[in-house]
Ligand binder design. Structure first.
Ligand SMILES: [Zn+2]
Length: 106
């Protein structure tokens, strides 16, 4: 259904079009257990570069496996010089890792 200017009238929240498994499991957030908190780059590029550099702890759940494969594909599609520049940028701007996992206390 559209209005007189052709705009769609009914829009869905993003959460409604993302399958439930993609949110991750109790151990992760969207498949990531922990990753450096980098905000200066587009997230898909940052995650691709950090994933290749071993800086992301991926979850073993479906969301983690899927996100990891997506990040690997993204990394392979990047220009190597851009990827190197992105990694240098990330390393220069590293903040404390954001932990989504509650640490077990023994
Ligand atoms: Zn998980």
């Amino acid at each position: 259904m559209r209005d007189e200017r052709g705009r769609y009238l009914d829009s869905k929240p993003i959460a409604d079009s993302v399958p439930a498994w993609a949110s991750g499991c109790p151990k992760c957030k969207g498949g990531i257990v922990s990753a450096p908190d980098v905000r200066a780059l587009p997230l898909y590029e940052a995650r691709a570069v950090m994933g290749d550099a071993g800086m992301i702890v991926w979850c073993g759940c479906r969301a983690g496996l899927t996100y990891r494969r997506y990040a690997q594909r993204t990394f392979r599609s990047m220009n190597p010089l851009s990827a190197k520049a992105a990694l240098d940028h990330i390393n220069a701007n590293l903040a404390a890792p954001s932990m989504h996992l509650e640490m077990e206390r023994s």
